[in-house]
Design a protein. Sequence first.
Length: 173
Amino acid sequence: MSRSHLPAAETVSGTGSVPLGAASDATLNLDSHLGVFPAASVVATGGPKDFAAPISDIISRGVTPLAVADELFTYFLEHLNHYLHDILSNGDTLASVRARSSILTAAICTVAALCSASDAYLTCYDAFVSQVSGLLFATRSSYDDVRALCIAALWLDNVGPTLSGLGKDDIGF
């Protein structure tokens, strides 16, 4: 196929000239919904991985102290986990969940704070909503991210429908 109708590749001057329009550093993500958000179908292979990947969690950022988060996690396991058919396994601890997903940690703490009438609810909620906003443009979400959305969608009725829609898009239905 001839590409004579395309202009010659321009270059950006600077420390290293890079041809504009070079497609060697991007691939097409065929799993995305191309009609909904076309830019989501292009995945950069050489640049930053995922802008929505959280760097820290609500404990390391000082939103809630470790002792309070531990109490909230225990409350969730003992009183709320069974409502979602034991979405967390018996071996899950606060440390293991923190290591896997900061958004799951935030969702568990937020929901447990709401249901236990903890003073930490508003700060946990604000931190959780902030992290969820980062998922809006994420190219990939983990299983734990989707579990966090499910947990929060069940109990946080003011954002539940939005979270359900976001989780639906993440798992490809």
